[in-house]
Design a binder for this molecule. Structure first.
Ligand SMILES: Nc1ncnc2c1ncn2[C@@H]1O[C@H](COP(=O)(O)OP(=O)(O)OP(=O)(O)O)[C@@H](O)[C@H]1O
Ligand SMILES: O=C(CO)[C@H](O)[C@H](O)COP(=O)(O)O
Length: 407
C-alpha cells in the first residue's frame, strides 16, 4: 500500500454527493499526483509498515443529545492536549469537524442519511436510526482506526443538506461525538473509551431556553415543542446508550435548595466503570470507601447554598462503578486546588493541573460547577489512556524482538 503525505491528496469527486451509496463507492478513492489510488496510511515514522500497531488511532466516543454540552466538553478535551482545534483548512465553512495537532473531532450528524427535507417527508427525527447510515459510520471509523484516510460526508446544519464529503486523515486520537456513538454494536466495539453526557430533562430544558431563546431567538413554545417532538426517540435510541459508556457525567438539579426551580445550581455525578482497561476511576480521600464531604470552611469560600461532595461504590446497569458527586458551585476557581489536592487518580502531570485547566477556561459554561470539573478530569484521563495505549503498543514489538534474540 502506498505511504504518502496526506497533504498531497485531494478529493476525487468535488461535486455534491447526494446519497451515501455514492459516497461509499467513492470513499477510498483519492487523487495522488493526478493518479487514482486507494486510501493512504498515516505513518509517524519513516519506512514502517502501514499496519504498524503503534500507528493505530485511539478512538473515543462521546454521546449526548443536542445542546447538552458536547462542544464545550470537546473544547476542554482538546485544550488538555494543547493547540487550538479548528475546522479543516480551506474546506467547507460549514464543516462540523475540528482538527488539532493530536485530535480530530468528527460529528456523527455527518452520517445522517436523510437530509432535513427527507426526514420531514418520512416523518422521522434525526435521532431515529433510520435517518442515519450506521454501515458507513462503521466502515469509516474502522478505516480511520486502522490508519486509512476516508472521505466523510458533511451534514450542513445551515442548509439542512448533505454536502460533498471532506477528507479525514487518521489522527492520533479520533473523537466521534453526537447522538449515536454507542448505538451500533460494531461502532461501539471500535471505541477505546466512551462517555455519555446525561443531562436531566429539567436541566436540558433550562440550557436550551438559555441558548435557543437568548442566542437564537426561538420562542419558549417552539423550544418546548422541539423537546417534546424528540422525547420518545430520545428515550428509545439515545438514552439507552449510557449503559455502554465507560464514564457517564450525570447532571441533575441541586439537592441543596429545596424545590429549586431555577436550575442554576447543579448536582453532577461522575459515574466511572470499574475494570476498564487503561482507566482507573478517580477517588476522594480513600479508594472504595463511602464519603460525604462539605469542603466549605477556611480553605474554600462558599456562598449559599454551599458545596457538597460525595464518593462511593455503586452499581449502574449491572456494572460495578465508582461515583464521585459534586452539588453546588465554586465562588473562587483559584481555590479549586483545595478540592484537587483531595482527589486521587486524576492523571495530572503536575500538582494543580486540574485547577490550571479550569482557570484557563473560566468563561466556558459549567466552569463553576461539577460539569466543568468532571469534564476536565475526564479530559486528563483520556490523555492518560492514550499515553498508556501508545506506550503498550511501542513496547510490544520491543518485547517481541527481545524474545527472538533470547530464543
Ligand atoms: N456545563 C454547562 N453549564 C451550563 N450551561 C451549559 C453547560 N454546557 C452547555 N451549556 C449550555 O448549553 C448550550 C449548548 O452547549 P454546547 O454547544 O456545548 O452543546 P452541544 O451538545 O455541542 O450542542 P449542539 O449539539 O446543539 O451543537 C451552551 O450554549 C450553554 O448555554
Ligand atoms: O439532534 C441533532 C444533532 O445535533 C440535530 O437536531 C440534527 O443533526 C438535525 O440538525 P438540524 O436541526 O440542523 O437539521
Amino acid at each position: 500500500m502506498a505511504v504518502s503525505s496526506a497533504s498531497t491528496f485531494q478529493t476525487l469527486n468535488p461535486t455534491p454527493t447526494k446519497t451515501h451509496s455514492e459516497l461509499r463507492f467513492n470513499q477510498n478513492q483519492l487523487v495522488h499526483y493526478g493518479k487514482t489510488t486507494t486510501t493512504t496510511c498515516r505513518c509517524r515514522r519513516i519506512s514502517i509498515s502501514c499496519s504498524a500497531e503503534e500507528d493505530k488511532t485511539v478512538v473515543i466516543g462521546l454521546a449526548a443529545d443536542s445542546g447538552c454540552g458536547k462542544s464545550t466538553f470537546m473544547r476542554r478535551l482538546t485544550s488538555v492536549f494543547g493547540g487550538a482545534a479548528e475546522p479543516p483548512k480551506g474546506g467547507n465553512p460549514d464543516s462540523n469537524t475540528l482538527i488539532s495537532d493530536t485530535t480530530t473531532v468528527i460529528c456523527l450528524d455527518d452520517y445522517h442519511s436523510l437530509d432535513r427535507t427527507g426526514r420531514k417527508e418520512k416523518g422521522v427525527t434525526a435521532l431515529d436510526p433510520r435517518a442515519n447510515d450506521f454501515d458507513l459510520m462503521y466502515e469509516q471509523v474502522k478505516a480511520i482506526k486502522e490508519g486509512t484516510a476516508v472521505e466523510k460526508p458533511i451534514y450542513n446544519h445551515v442548509t439542512g443538506l448533505l454536502d460533498p464529503p471532506e477528507l479525514i486523515n487518521p489522527p492520533k486520537i479520533l473523537v466521534i461525538e453526537g447522538l449515536h456513538p454507542m448505538y451500533d454494536a460494531r461502532v461501539r466495539e471500535l471505541l477505546d473509551f466512551s462517555i455519555y453526557l446525561d443531562i436531566s430533562n429539567e436541566v436540558k430544558f433550562a440550557w436550551k431556553i438559555q441558548r435557543d431563546m437568548a442566542e437564537r431567538g426561538h420562542s419558549l413554545e417552539s423550544i418546548k415543542a422541539s423537546i417534546e417532538a424528540r422525547k420518545s426517540d430520545f428515550d428509545a435510541y439515545i438514552d439507552p446508550q449510557k449503559q455502554h459508556a465507560d464514564a457517564v457525567i450525570e447532571v441533575l438539579p441541586t439537592q441543596l435548595i429545596p424545590d429549586d426551580d431555577e436550575g442554576k445550581v447543579l448536582r453532577v455525578r461522575l459515574i466511572m466503570k470499574e475494570e476498564v482497561q487503561y482507566f482507573n476511576p478517580v477517588y476522594l480521600f480513600d479508594e472504595g470507601s463511602t464519603i460525604s464531604w462539605i469542603p466549605c470552611g477556611r480553605k474554600l469560600t462558599c456562598s449559599y447554598p454551599g458545596i457538597k461532595f460525595a464518593y462511593g461504590p455503586d452499581t449502574y446497569y449491572g456494572h460495578e462503578v465508582s461515583v464521585l458527586e459534586m452539588d453546588g458551585q465554586f465562588d473562587r476557581l483559584d481555590e479549586l486546588i483545595y478540592i484537587e489536592s483531595h482527589l486521587s487518580n486524576i492523571s495530572t502531570k503536575f500538582y494543580g493541573e486540574v485547577t490550571q485547566q479550569m482557570l484557563k477556561h473560566a468563561d466556558f459554561p459549567g466552569s463553576n460547577n461539577g460539569t466543568g470539573l468532571f469534564q476536565t478530569i475526564i479530559g486528563l484521563k483520556i490523555r492518560d489512556l492514550y499515553e498508556q495505549i501508545t506506550t503498550t503498543r511501542t513496547a510490544a514489538p520491543l518485547e517481541a524482538t527481545k524474545g527472538l534474540r533470547n530464543a
